[in-house]
Ligand binder design. Structure first.
Ligand code: ADP
Ligand code: MG
Length: 140
């Protein structure tokens, strides 16, 4: 699935739509440079999951936990290379992982969320979701 967005709000909206339909235990593995919109997407994802807390970047904390009906763990692997911490969580919890390429070996079954900037437009993003064919009827 591929989406084009032209503002952070639009990216959040895609995240929220995904959050509404993913099953418990889904792992999202993000690819995308600094400022691509991984955290913005996760902000929407949390909203879609029914989480009301404000989502902030896990860059300095490594992981942020958001309690909800099912909790969401939001990781940033930028300065880590070990995958051990990722799995200290419950099997049905949601997991959103920024800089997931650092822990690719253990994220084979993840939904891959790839975010590219549009080189011609500052606020343009192309979001590709790989492994989400089951969500083809996603209504946005
Ligand atoms: P990352 O987590 O990938 O480093 P952030 O989500 O923290 O990125 O930041 C994305 C930045 O890009 C924010 O400053 C946001 O306002 C800006 N932005 C501009 N257009 C978009 C868009 N279409 N989608 C997401 N973010 C956008
Ligand atoms: Mg981020």
């Amino acid at each position: 699935m591929e989406f084009i967005t032209n503002s952070p709000e639009e990216t959040e909206k895609i995240g929220a739509a995904i959050g509404k339909i993913i099953p418990a235990g889904t792992v999202l593995a993000y690819r995308g440079d600094l400022g691509a919109g991984k955290t913005a997407f996760t902000r929407g994802l949390a909203r879609g999951l029914g989480i009301e807390d404000a989502v902030t970047s896990p860059t300095y904390t490594i992981v942020n936990e958001y309690p909800g009906k099912i909790p969401l763990f939001h990781f940033d692997m930028y300065r880590l290379s070990s995958s051990e911490d990722l799995f200290d969580i419950g099997w049905e919890d949601y997991l959103a992982v920024e800089w997931s390429e650092r822990v690719d070996d253990v994220l084979e079954d993840a939904l891959k969320v790839v975010i590219h900037r549009d080189p011609e437009c500052d606020d343009g993003r192309r979001i590709t979701i790989e492994g989400g064919e089951a969500y083809a009827d996603l209504s946005l």
